[in-house]
Ligand binder design. Structure first.
Ligand SMILES: *Cc1c(COP(=O)(O)O)cnc(C)c1O
Length: 812
């Protein structure tokens, strides 16, 4: 138990302000949105390239937080009874605190790094070692400069082993992670090529990763990299490998590895067939061998390994409910994370939680569950379903929270009937052994088996990659028109708001209204507003684009009548797209007009590039920019105040970096599609999946689908897939033009695409079965490819997925 004064000493800060410095600090915060235990939390105001935690001090204070670490001067009079620890760098202070906390423990600490597989290896080691140890581990993939500090902070006296993950994206970062983790046993999962991260060479990357292990007594992992580090036990076919692999043989879904360890022949059996999983399993097995486990025990435990899918899933349930599925773990940190995620879903529905016993409740369950209750209360949960004997006995909730308790998952399912939940947002969170996925299945609606899977982590990752191309001061407007290019509206906007984009852009006022109704607070630009939408603009605080004199005058008359002044608007200039905007001939009159008006306040002046992706049109693009600059200069001198200037869309961010001005309008790239260039490593945000309803075994000469144009040339297997043109799968993809991804193969469409179904030829795809999943586009089959087959652009396909296709959202 540390007090605030202890912590002040550790980080070398002098407390200022009128707070109680003897207060016990149990929780560290860096995000004011995730406050569960305000009295015992210490808020670190972190300054990153994109956001400044000092802006959120007021919010955290309002939520009851009274202790802060800051690096900027603070007016303490504004925050009565709060303490501030003034440091030069809040992140370094957080890390120093974590390192100091770590130094109190002498239990074995396993530090895990590598390019891929860190989280899986960490979770598998947890599953494999759980019977003997009380393990603390990084929650999810908390492996960053901040995540590691928060993970290390979770170390408690009752733990007997720690598993911490370290991830770095730039050279020089590992040193600080190493000081916090100080591993006794290092695990190196593997090292990918250098260019996918911010390293000059693979060599540099290797030495950087090795830095984590400087004080470790052993480093365990695959050859060749592990073999280059001192004190290693590696696995591989190389002669120097500690676990020397002799042969690898696949048997169905199992892989058998013959190897020798210290001259003894062993066989390791991994219940996987893909190479990456087998490699991760071998890394885990080598750790267990090193720790002295017998091969029999290792094989028994490997056989019981469970796939690691720790993503939070957000989906629509029956009776209007929203389900958040997190049925992988039950610990306090991940509960807070999940509650925080639930808080970010602006559904307006009452909040319900289905919870299992907690793994860490330990010897003092009463005390522990008091913290759980506080977290639930802070998150505004109205109804709790408690499953398990511990939680049912010990969790005490306020009288106005509905409480249901069941002995185990079976008891709950036996009682469950469909009307039990209605129009609620339900978090389903439980330890693995409770198998809550069965509860999720019961609460789900399953009508149409075609889903558009939306990967929210990919969205955030893509955004980050574009941001890395921008100057730090350049703002980002995220284009979320047309249901965020088909991916969904409120869900996407919530994530973008979370990642602090500066603006959202929509096409029509209705889209902006829907975002506001689901609680989005960011400024929203509406590109195509007309008189019929003025009421909505005002009511929902939306900012219209003004592109012509008639719309300018109509909007001013409206504002005048309503008695409103200085309404924020955006001015669009015509520079060559010939779609919307004031022309060069109108610019002087526009400047004079805007000079005299008090009704409007110009937030930004922009234009749109017609061909930023096309090298053959670069002269034209430059010409557009020159026209834009000339016109903007006139408005600047007439208006006498600053406004934002912008012209770039996704392709221009990459191809015309000199056109960043003050803001960029990021669209398709954020959803994972790079038009014409291949500079980034974007990930598809939307994956359209369907399933096979039936298989037909046809003879040569038989025909498939309407009008009999799909003629079978040999004995064939034809699969009927549950997607048709009513879902957005175009008829233009019929007759072999389009293909779908099934069991790792491309299968061509045969015959005409029907309204709700499409037939594909799976003759040459081994092992196809009814119920198999089919990818229509996304992760494996890029939407660009499908667009090319169809003779269109990815935009049309993405926005064309019809609204009857259920959207399912994933987040790690
Ligand atoms: C849609 C749109 C964008 C985004 O374009 P992308 O090519 O998807 O990046 C930018 N500006 C305007 C005016 C748009 O309509």
């Amino acid at each position: 138990m540390y007090t605030l004064s202890n912590i002040a000493d550790v980080i070398g800060a002098r407390p200022i302000g009128g707070g109680d410095n003897s207060r016990v600090v149990a929780h560290l915060l860096h995000d004011s949105r995730g406050v569960s235990f305000p009295e015992s939390s210490l808020f670190f105001a972190l300054v990153t390239r994109r956001s400044d935690g000092h802006h959120y001090i007021g919010d955290a204070y309002r939520k009851g937080v009274r202790a802060f670490v800051v690096s900027e001067p603070i007016n303490v009079d504004e925050f009565p009874a709060a303490s501030f620890l003034q440091v030069t760098n809040s992140l370094h202070a957080l890390q120093a605190l974590a390192a100091w906390h770590r130094a109190h423990f002498s239990i074995p600490v396993i530090g895990i790094t590598g390019s891929n597989g860190k989280t899986i290896v960490k979770e598998w080691l947890f599953q494999l070692l759980e019977p003997e140890y009380r393990i603390v581990r990084s929650p999810r993939s908390y492996n960053s400069q901040i995540g590691v500090a928060l993970s290390v902070w979770m170390l408690r006296p009752e733990h007997t082993l720690a598993l911490f993950e370290a991830g770095i994206s730039e050279a020089g970062e590992m040193e600080r992670l190493a000081l916090m983790i100080r591993p006794d046993i290092g695990v190196l999962t593997n090292i990918g090529s250098a260019h996918d991260e911010g390293f000059v060479s693979t060599e540099q990357k290797r030495s950087e990763k090795g830095r984590l292990f400087e004080g470790a007594r052993v480093v365990i992992g695959p050859e060749p990299w592990t073999g280059l580090l001192p004190h290693h036990v590696s696995w591989g076919q190389e002669s120097g490998a500690g676990l020397r692999i002799e042969s690898i043989r696949r048997e169905g879904s199992e892989t058998r590895v013959a190897a020798s360890y210290r001259g003894v022949t062993v066989e390791i059996r991994a219940p996987f067939s893909d190479e990456a999983s087998v490699a991760n399993a071998l890394t885990c097995a080598t750790v267990l061998i090193y720790l002295g486990y017998s091969i029999d025990t290792i094989n028994n435990r490997l056989a019981a390994l469970q796939a690691v899918d720790m993503r939070l899933q957000l989906k629509r349930g029956a009776n209007g409910c929203t389900l958040i599925n997190d049925s992988y773990s039950a610990d306090l940190t991940s509960l807070q994370h999940a509650l925080h995620f639930m808080g970010g879903q602006q559904t307006g529905q009452p909040r319900t939680v289905i919870l299992s016993d907690f793994t860490e409740a330990g010897t003092q369950p009463e005390r522990f569950y008091t913290q759980v209750a506080a977290a639930l209360e802070a998150a505004g949960v109205r109804k709790c379903v408690l499953i398990g004997e511990g939680i049912g006995r010990h969790l005490v909730l306020p009288a106005d929270v509905q409480r249901f308790a069941y002995r185990d998952t079976d008891a709950f399912l036996a009682q469950y009937r469909p009307g039990l939940f209605r129009d609620e947002t339900i978090l389903i969170k439980g330890g693995r052994s409770f198998r809550f996925e069965r509860i999720v299945a019961a609460l789900e609606t399953r009508v149409h088996q075609t889903v558009l899977e939306i990967d929210l982590n990919a969205l955030a990752g893509n955004l980050k990659q574009y941001r890395a191309l921008l100057r730090p001061q350049t703002k980002v407007m995220a284009m979320v028109k047309a249901f965020s290019y088909g991916s969904g509206s409120a869900e996407i906007a919530s994530i973008l708001q979370y990642h602090h984009v500066d603006y959202l852009g929509v096409a029509y006022a209705d889209e902006g209204v829907a975002l506001r109704q689901s609680g989005i607070a960011l400024p929203i630009m509406v590109m195509n507003a007309d008189a019929s939408s003025f009421d909505a603009l005002i009511e929902y605080q939306l900012q219209p684009v003004i592109y012509s004199f008639p719309i300018l005058e109509a909007f001013e008359r409206y504002l005048q009548r309503e008695g409103l002044q200085s309404w924020p608007v955006h001015i669009e200039l015509e520079t060559g797209m010939n779609r919307l905007g004031f022309s060069a001939l109108e610019i002087d009159a526009l400047a004079r007009h805007l000079q005299g008006t008090g009704w409007l306040r110009v937030q930004s002046v922009f234009s749109h590039l017609a061909a930023s992706e096309d090298p053959a049109q670069d002269d034209f693009t430059r010409e557009q920019a020159a026209r834009y600059e000339a016109m903007t200069a006139k408005l600047k001198s007439a208006l006498g105040y600053r406004f934002l200037e912008h012209i770039s869309n996704s392709a221009a961010i990459i191809r015309h970096p000199q056109l960043q001005y003050d803001l960029v309008r990021l669209g398709i790239g954020m959803y994972g599609v790079e038009i014409e260039t291949k500079q980034l490593e974007l990930h598809a945000v939307a994956t359209l999946r369907s399933t096979i309803a039936q298989l037909k075994y046809l003879e040569a000469g038989e025909t498939v689908s309407y009008n009999r144009r799909g003629v079978v040339k040999e004995a064939s297997v034809i699969a009927t897939v549950r997607i048709g043109y009513a879902d957005g799968y175009s008829r233009r993809l019929g007759y072999g033009i389009g293909k779908m991804w099934v069991r790792g193969h491309l299968a061509p469409v045969i015959g005409t695409v029907c309204m709700d179904m499409t037939m594909i030829d799976v003759t040459h795809v081994p092992g196809v079965e009814v119920g198999d999943e089919v990818e229509v586009f996304g992760q494996e089959l890029p939407v660009q490819q499908v667009a090319e087959w169809m003779g269109t652009i990815p935009y049309e396909i993405m926005t064309g997925v019809s609204q009857r296709v259920k959207r399912v959202y994933f987040q790690e």
